[in-house]
Write a protein that binds this ligand. Structure first.
Ligand code: HEM
Length: 701
């Protein structure tokens, strides 16, 4: 049975790889020989990758579900005690499985792009196929030759164990009686959907990049590629954003340090493409409306693509644990080479079209919408530079240790040791830039394209600004003295009042004109310009998230204490009493220590919390699960740090008070909703159909 599954799975992987190579060849041949049939065949090859990879993925899932521990990957990520749903998620719980999963998601996007209506953009098709298939072929190459999920475990004649795809001479198969099980930290609902979202966000960015490259190669460098890819980019951006938020939630619930974002390199790897994709979404509007920033948009999409591969590289190559383990890893240098090659080729293509991509109009006013978008772009790139530097600096100090040996004055920098770049660096350097973005987000919707003066801006903005000042006044009157926090709250109030004012202004004008109900007109308003109002909803989501961030970053308090049964710990207006602690083994091979604490707020008992520590015997790893009391005002978050196993008379608890943190999660729902409003497919209008008919007539279809 296992042989059949492995053969089918491996066969499907290899055939997909060959199909991808064929697709590249057929698309190039068809293009240069002017043979549309070859291009059609390449398109079919692209479509074929999805069913083929579905076979490969299904075989891995069956192997996981049926506990075939003789397959090395299965023994690493599952165990007998894991429930079936967790075994399925183990598909992306380790390196080999997640690379195949990545390719499978890529094949879904490849098929979707193949199935779109190409009537108006035939010349892009071969190049889109080439870019998508090259990316897919690269990942399949890694899966087949370096990180194969179908490799099996063998006992060599020497008695050693080895992992290999085919039987080494004289070896016998090794079938462990149980596997190590999925890393306990990954057994969380957030972690179950976080990686697929993150990967979806990553792979779907290949599509805008492919169109950009097609535009550069064919010379059709007008805004057409941008119009085609806007929806793709928005969906990709949504997946990426959801991946980030789910990762934050997972960190908050599972890592047990009271926070949601640690500026860890893995988090930064996911953030960096988002930091280029978000300004890209804005700056394409300048190209569409004003014919400006064409080169910049190309550069941003190239950067997003390469940062996406760089993110996967950071997480997968071993470079984060040490530069030396990267050098030893088989896939690390390959990733590095792929990033370098795609970046150099893309920049070369861009340079070839440099003159054609000249700007059509000049900036007439810094107070215009394009002026603000430009500053928005610069701020995002500023944050990217800070984050990028924070990620690579430790790698440089470690990897370039020899520079310190050669030049004594640089010995303090290039130490040959890994240095840690902590949250204070990131927060200090990016804080003002985030604040600047919030400010612009408040002002920009009130500006006009092309000509906007300080005076016209002032006329539009004074009412919402006046309303927003209520917030700092109330904060000062109620005794807040942290001026940074007051500034941050004022900025969120400014964006909120401008955004709501925009909705109000638009809907009430319509309502006056038509005589219909305000709410009905509000819905019509959004439906008529979903891009604009979807964008404003996204901004509203961002400011709700900002409230949560400001709350936890500026007002979090904590305390740690060891108490005996019945004793209390106090933090702010909360108090807990340690009531009891039970320690027991579970059927799924865990040892659980679960405390019961009563929570009092302002002297009143408001409930009980159950902070726990689970110890997983198979993987020998603990997992801290906090007890959390959540309200929209704050979270009261308790971690069981330590206890006396036999008597359970004393235990150590860490308590956090996290004001406003839940607005972070609420804001993310608003952001998702807004993005869906902006990205939802529109009905084909008669105008679009007419253009398509005309295009078909010109190509003689
Ligand atoms: C974290 C910060 C931000 C995020 C996540 C964000 C996200 C978005 C998204 C996704 C859209 C929809 C784009 C589309 O539908 O194609 C949008 C629209 C918009 N954004 Fe932002 N944005 C941010 C900051 C800013 C800033 C700083 C400005 C001001 C310079 C700005 C101005 C706008 C405007 C004016 C629109 C609507 C465009 C229209 O009228 O169609 N955004 N934003």
């Amino acid at each position: 049975m296992v042989d059949t599954l492995v053969n089918f799975g491996l066969g499907a992987l290899v055939i997909t790889f060959l199909v991808a190579l064929y697709g590249i060849f057929a698309a190039l041949y068809g293009n240069f020989q002017k043979q549309p049939r070859w291009i059609e065949s390449a398109k079919n090859a692209m479509l074929l990758t999805f069913p083929l990879l579905t076979v490969a993925v299904s075989m891995i899932v069956i192997l996981l579900l049926q506990n075939h521990f003789e397959v090395s990957y299965v023994s690493q990520v599952t165990s007998l005690s894991m429930p079936p749903y967790l075994k399925v998620t183990a598909l992306w719980g380790g390196q080999p499985g997640s690379l195949v999963f990545w390719s499978w998601l890529m094949s879904i996007f490849a098929s979707m792009v193949a199935l779109r209506n190409w009537d108006r953009d035939r010349e892009f098709l071969p190049w889109v196929i080439v870019v998508v298939m090259v990316t897919l072929a690269f990942f399949l190459l890694l899966s087949i030759f370096f990180e194969n999920p179908f490799a099996r475990l063998w006992i060599l004649p020497t008695g050693q164990t080895a992992e290999a795809l085919f039987r080494p001479s004289g070896a016998t198969i090794l079938t462990p009686s149980d596997g190590s099980g999925l890393n306990p930290l990954l057994r969380h609902p957030g972690m179950i959907i976080h990686p697929p979202m993150q990967y979806l966000g990553f792979v779907s960015f290949v599509i805008p990049y492919a169109f950009a490259m097609a535009a550069l190669i064919t010379g059709r460098t007008d805004a057409r590629w941008i119009r085609i890819t806007r929806k793709w980019t928005l969906w990709a951006w949504l997946f990426l954003s959801m991946g980030l938020v789910l990762g934050m939630r997972w960190a908050y619930d599972v890592l047990g340090w009271g926070g949601y974002w640690g500026w860890d390199p893995v988090e930064n790897a996911a953030l960096m493409p988002w930091l280029t994709a978000t300004p890209f979404l804005h700056s394409v509007m300048i190209q569409e409306k004003r014919g400006m920033l064409k080169r910049w948009n190309m550069f941003l999409v190239i950067l997003t693509y390469d940062l996406m591969i760089f993110g996967t590289f950071l997480v997968r190559s071993g470079v984060l644990s040490s530069v030396h383990s990267f050098a030893q890893s088989a896939i690390g240098p390959l990733f590095f080479a792929f990033i370098a090659i795609t970046f150099v080729v893309s920049i070369y293509l861009l340079s070839r079209r440099w003159e054609e991509l000249h700007t059509e109009t000049e900036m007439t006013s810094w107070f215009s919408r394009e002026g603000f978008f430009l500053i928005n772009n610069l701020l995002f790139i500023g944050i990217l530079v800070v984050v990028f530097w924070g990620v690579i600096f430790p790698l440089l100090t470690e990897g370039l240790g020899f520079v310190g040996d050669l030049i004594p004055s640089l010995r303090d920098v290039f130490t040959g040791q890994k240095v840690t770049v902590g949250p204070s660096y990131y927060e200090g350097a990016t804080g003002p830039l985030w604040a600047g973005l919030l400010f612009l987000m408040g002002v920009c919707p009130l500006t006009a394209w092309r000509i906007s003066t300080m005076k016209s801006l002032g006329r539009n903005i004074w009412k919402p600004t006046l309303v927003s000042f209520v917030v700092p006044v109330v904060l000062v009157v109620t005794g807040m003295s942290n001026w940074w926090a007051i500034l941050a709250f004022w900025l969120t109030a400014l964006v909120a009042s401008v955004t709501l004012y925009e909705f109000y202004k638009g809907a009430s004008a319509r309502s006056r004109r038509t005589g219909k109900n305000f709410l009905v007109e509000l819905v019509h308003l959004v439906r008529r310009d979903r891009r604009r109002y979807g964008g404003y909803m996204i901004h509203f989501g961002i400011i709700l998230m900002a409230l949560g961030v400001v709350g936890i970053e500026m007002f979090q308090t904590e305390t740690q204490s060891t108490v005996a049964l019945g004793e209390t710990i106090t933090l702010e207006n909360y108090m807990i009493t340690y009531d009891s602690l039970a320690e027991f083994d579970t059927a799924d091979n865990r040892n659980v220590a679960r405390a019961v604490v009563s929570v009092y707020e302002d002297g009143q008992k408001v409930g009980e919390l159950y902070p726990r520590r689970d110890y997983f015997y198979e993987s020998q790893q603990p997992m801290t699960i906090p007890g959390v009391r959540s309200t929209m005002e704050d979270d009261f978050y308790i971690i069981l740090v330590d206890w006396q196993p036999i008597s359970t008379q004393r235990a150590t608890f860490k308590l956090y008070h996290n004001p406003l943190v839940n607005w972070l999660w609420v804001g993310s729902f608003v952001l998702i909703f807004g993005t869906m409003v902006a990205a939802w497919p529109e009905k084909e209008t008669e105008e679009i159909r007419a253009v398509a008919r005309e295009a078909r007539a010109t190509v003689g279809d």
